[in-house]
Design a protein. Sequence first.
Length: 161
Amino acid sequence: MTIKVGDRLPETTFKVTTADGPAGLSTAEIFNGKTVVLFAVPGAFTPTCHRNHLPGYIEHSDAFKAKGVDTIAVTSVNDVFVMNAWSKATGGEGKVLFLADGSADFAKSVGLSLDLNAGGLGMRSQRYAMIVKDGVVTWMAIEDSPGKADMSGALAALAQL
């Protein structure tokens, strides 16, 4: 079942890069008591994700903070090392929290996994964005095609705050 507005995020652990190397970060640690804009992409460094989706969130990170957002986070079904490299390559480090969902546990738990095995890409996440307040989804937009980043883009999310 796909998560919807009003639902609480399920407990899951992402991988993030820390000064001491990869570490787990739970949904409770990320979302409880905070306002978070979470967006998901099918894959780091893939064309739409890299050129169209992530850049808007980086560019408008100050505007999100000015509207009371504590954290902007991106998740993808990639390993923690790829997500770390992506944060550095895009200038997103320190502006966006890069959450590795390497086994698609989070994507599956919220009903937003995407089977791209036929194209050789394996299990991925659908492209979406959500606003989460204290662990509860208050707005979300799911793209109807993984190659589009319109409804889930930064400007669409900013308009909801």
